[in-house]
Design a protein around this ligand. Structure first.
Ligand SMILES: *Cc1c(COP(=O)(O)O)cnc(C)c1O
Length: 369
């Protein structure tokens, strides 16, 4: 049982697309399958533009560049390291904000406290597919004349106040990595309702080429290949089934684990759509076994539970000095990173698996220290 076993459609369906690629002999450079995938994603998310890319990290780099982010950009520390790296890689300083311990998402107050004359933007992350406090962040961004965008790598198919993630801020970045809810082997996209921004990012992902040989912009190679788009077109067709399976697993985990003292499942807001891709537990001091020890026990039983984003980006080697120098303590990030444990879900995890994982946790909860 693994966290992140990929969600994939039927092999036969994929083979049909491979045949199409061989017939067309068009492998990359904005091919027909990439264009089709972009259209389908636009429809799925009800967003005006989808600019497909080779992965989510390059999509973050391109989006932040297109928005002309410079000097300092505020990001949560409790996120995947790529949110920070995409900035640092371009000589932009990621300034780490704290999270709300209840939601694991950015704490708007912490964001506002970190704004300086060098701040040019804010990147919100919809952690675990649960929307960041978009309204409050937008207010802060407007008040201080900053640009707001989102790293929405976890949030494909999720909503905020009933509206699809993908429609907020200047733009939102998706990841279609194998471990994500929706995958294209590797892949990503920037989605936006801003025509000019979309156009600019289309140029940037293709070396700035306008037509065959005219370069009108500085750019990089962020293109998605046809084979990746083929995988995406297949997986979009089964996404509702994947979602159903994820939701049922989440509900089963909730039913099984809810009563165990010292363990809390992070719940999704019932008013919003979610992809239920992450089963997130907090293991606190009332549980007789420490979080890391618990992970070891689960691993012995071949249950691939994982820590996530531990110990927070700001504690990782490339960034460690920065918060110390500024005398900033990200209390909620540190505490949350010590508690979080992500359990396996997805099509490869059955109700029987969930029952046996839950029995084990219940048994452990009854042991005395
Ligand atoms: C997966 C992920 C990324 C990076 O996406 P890739 O497609 O793997 O490059 C960025 N941010 C977050 C929050 C992610 O989970």
């Amino acid at each position: 049982m693994h966290v992140g076993r990929p969600n994939i459609a039927d092999r036969a369906l994929f083979d049909q697309y491979v045949d199409q690629i061989y017939e067309a002999k068009w492998l990359t450079n904005n091919g027909p399958l990439v264009q089709e995938l972009e259209h389908q994603i636009q429809d799925y998310l009800s967003v005006k533009h989808c600019v497909a890319m080779c992965n989510g990290t390059i999509a973050l780099e391109i989006a932040t560049r297109a928005l002309n982010f410079k000097r300092e950009v505020i990001v949560p520390s409790f996120t995947f390291i790529a949110t920070a790296h995409a900035l640092q890689w371009q000589g932009i300083k990621p300034v780490f904000a704290d999270i709300d311990a209840k939601t694991h998402n950015l704490d708007p107050k912490s964001v506002e406290n970190l704004i300086t004359s060098d701040t040019t933007g804010i990147i919100g992350v919809h952690l675990w597919g649960r929307p960041a406090p978009i309204g409050e962040l937008q207010k802060i961004a407007d008040k201080h004349d900053l640009k707001l965008m989102f790293d929405s790598a976890h949030a494909f198919g999720c909503t905020y106040e009933g509206v699809s993630i993908g429609n907020f801020g200047e733009c939102e970045v998706l990841s279609f990595h194998a471990t994500k809810f929706f995958n294209t082997f590797e892949g990503g996209a920037v989605v936006t309702n801003n025509d000019r921004l979309a156009e600019q990012m289309r140029l940037m992902r293709n070396f700035g080429f306008d037509g065959l040989d005219r370069v009108i912009y500085s750019g990089t190679n962020g293109k998605m290949t046809e084979i990746c788009a083929a995988m995406g077109l297949c997986n979009l067709q089964v996404l509702d089934e994947v979602l159903d399976g994820n939701r049922q697993n989440y509900e089963e985990y909730l039913a099984q684990l809810d009563a165990i003292v010292g363990i809390k499942i992070l719940r999704n807001d019932v008013r919003e759509s979610s992809n239920y891709q992450y089963i997130v537990l907090e293991v606190d001091e009332n549980f007789p076994v420490k979080r890391d020890q618990l992970i070891e026990i689960l691993h012995v039983e071949n249950i691939r539970a994982r820590r996530y984003f531990w110990p927070g980006c700001h504690e990782m080697k490339p960034y460690r000095g920065q918060t110390d120098e500024a005398n900033i303590v990200l209390e909620n990030t540190l505490q949350t990173a010590e508690k979080v444990l992500v359990l396996p879900t997805g099509a490869s995890v059955s109700f029987e698996d969930i029952k046996s994982i839950s029995s084990l946790l219940r048994l452990l909860s009854e042991t005395t220290q």
